[in-house]
Design a protein around this ligand. Structure first.
Ligand SMILES: Cc1cc2nc3c(=O)[nH]c(=O)nc-3n(C[C@H](O)[C@H](O)[C@H](O)COP(=O)(O)OP(=O)(O)OC[C@H]3O[C@@H](n4cnc5c(N)ncnc54)[C@H](O)[C@@H]3O)c2cc1C
Length: 490
């Protein structure tokens, strides 16, 4: 059997005979396979890889500005972590005072469509410290509970209306490179290996897979501590007697506390009972359980798996199994220890592991967390957000997290963070943008990820129509285009 090194070695020799032809590049930028072997099935102005919250918004924004857009995702639906991963609710889209909705544009449109279909509760109606925020207060005002099945339909329709061509079950395999310029990608689709040509590409894979394969420098997790935020497999339950559950929690609210980074919040008293009986071996001390749109449905964010490398197949596979084991333990916990959850039903676990952190792609500018804390609004601002800095696992130990409130009402995200070093024709969107590890801990959540995606899509469309490149695009052109698509910039 050929191992990975043999494969790369042999493929490099094959490519040497077709030097004039664009080639697929390996991570190090060395030629791997000649493109001539693969059918070129698609061509577009813009290829968006990854149909999560950032990729969907990038694709719709660009298509609305007239670009011919191809959006590919390895799964069978749009929405990424918010649908396949069952992650929710949308974190806050308001300023730090909870007074004004500051993430608008496509995010607001998605929310309005969800609300109209009974698939979300508008964030204006959701206040911190309630069952909709797992009774968490700091940084959790005006979250948006939503139904992931309705979200899938909303994204499908919005893409169709904008004229985005969507390919599901289609995984990015390798970039098509000419020198440093990316010109498309090879995909593994149900039809086999197929090439998609594009004038520009957006990496919205979460893991920065496209940028990394095209030769952009990346760091993994927090290079200083050598840590990556823990992963969590989300799950949803129903058949909950919500009144009895709330009645169990509310008297304990004054006991909610954080000790050395460890949160003792929802149901920590029930967790302690289970621990005393030898029936709790989970890393967390409390259960983040969020009421969803339907009264008896709750979203559970409590599993925790440390040291998961989402770019390593074996490591990730083992984590998926461990995630499901923890879900089983938690279902036992709910049935035995939690009033109102005696007959709760497991509706489903995420079909993908929840990955908070993996690669951060490096641009010339790396957004430092200090800029978020200090409320810096950069000259090339594309997004306003007030999501707090929430770095799970940062204090070391199994349960501790680092929570840093911001000092101002909001902060901005510079356009520069969307431009990777060393690769041309590529923009970044979502979780993988050029930010340090704690800064990424704040802007990775879905509302800012969607706004960043929208900005990436608009920037791409402007590059296509003006002949600019992502790095030469002028902010004086970008800003009015953002405002035209109802992005709020203050
Ligand atoms: C455990 C956990 C809890 C969270 N809690 C919340 C929360 O409560 N509220 C909130 O707002 N946010 C939350 N987040 C953050 C949020 O869900 C993600 O950070 C956000 O979805 C990132 O968006 P994205 O578009 O960058 O990536 P993703 O949502 O990860 O989407 C990436 C998409 O790219 C696709 N893809 C990846 N690789 C390839 C490839 N090679 N080829 C083709 N397609 C590919 C994937 O299938 C996926 O659909 C949480 C995240 C985690 C992991």
């Amino acid at each position: 059997m050929m191992n990975r090194r043999d494969f790369l070695g042999k493929a490099g020799i094959a490519a040497a005979g077709v030097a004039a032809m664009p080639v697929l590049a390996s991570c190090s930028g060395e030629p791997r396979l000649p493109l001539g072997d693969i059918k070129e099935s698609y061509s577009a102005d813009l290829l968006v890889v990854g149909g999560g919250p950032s990729g969907v918004c990038a694709a719709i924004a660009a298509a609305r500005k007239g670009a011919k857009v191809l959006l590919v995702d390895s799964g069978n639906c749009l929405g990424g972590m918010g649908t396949k991963g069952l992650v929710g609710p949308f974190m806050t889209c308001y300023d730090a005072e909870g007074e004004n909705m500051i993430i608008r544009g496509l995010f607001e449109e998605v929310v309005d469509r969800l609300v109209a279909e009974g698939g979300a509760i508008h964030p204006s109606k959701i206040r911190q410290g309630t069952e909709f925020t797992a009774w968490i207060s700091e940084g959790h005002d005006h979250c948006t509970p939503f139904d992931p099945e309705i979200l899938k339909k909303v994204y499908d329709r919005m893409c169709a209306e904008a004229g985005v061509k969507v390919l599901f079950n289609s995984s990015f395999v390798a970039p098509i490179m000419k020198g440093r310029k990316i010109q498309g990608a090879v995909l593994l689709t149900p039809s086999g290996l197929e090439a998609a040509r594009a004038r520009l590409v957006i990496d919205a894979t979460g893991n920065g897979t496209v940028a990394h394969s095209a030769g952009a420098p990346c760091v993994f997790g927090d290079p200083e501590s050598g840590r990556v935020q823990p992963a969590s497999l989300f799950f949803r339950i129903n058949n909950v007697d919500t009144y009895r559950l709330i009645a169990d929690v509310v008297p304990h609210l004054p006991e909610f506390r954080r000790v050395n980074g460890v949160s003792y919040r929802c149901l920590h008293w029930r967790g302690a009972e289970a621990e005393a009986a030898g029936e709790w071996d989970l890393a967390r001390k409390s259960v983040n359980i969020w009421r969803s749109v339907e009264k008896d449905q709750w979203v559970v964010n409590c599993t925790r798996i440390h040291g998961v490398d989402a770019t390593d197949c074996e490591n990730l596979s083992a984590a998926e199994v461990e995630g499901r084991r923890q879900v089983e333990e938690l279902m036992h916990f709910f049935h035995k220890y939690v009033p109102g959850c005696e007959v709760a039903t497991l509706m489903g676990t995420g079909s993908v592991m929840g990955i908070r952190e993996s690669r951060h792609v490096l641009g010339d500018f790396v957004l430092p967390v200090s800029d978020l804390i200090d409320g810096v609004i950069p000259d090339d601002n594309i997004v306003l957000s007030a999501n707090s800095i929430d770095v799970h696992g940062a204090m070391g130990g199994p349960a501790g997290g680092l929570y840093m409130p911001i000092k101002k009402s909001m902060y901005g995200v510079p356009y520069r963070c969307l431009i990777p070093k060393d690769v041309e024709g590529l923009l970044l969107a979502g979780r993988c943008i050029s930010a340090d590890s704690p800064a990424a801990g704040a802007i990775r959540v879905m509302p800012p990820a969607m706004a960043i995606g929208q900005a990436a899509g608009i920037a791409a469309a402007l590059c296509l129509s003006t002949g600019a490149t992502p790095s030469t695009l002028s902010y004086s052109d970008l800003r009015p285009a953002l405002l035209e698509q109802k992005v709020f910039l203050g």
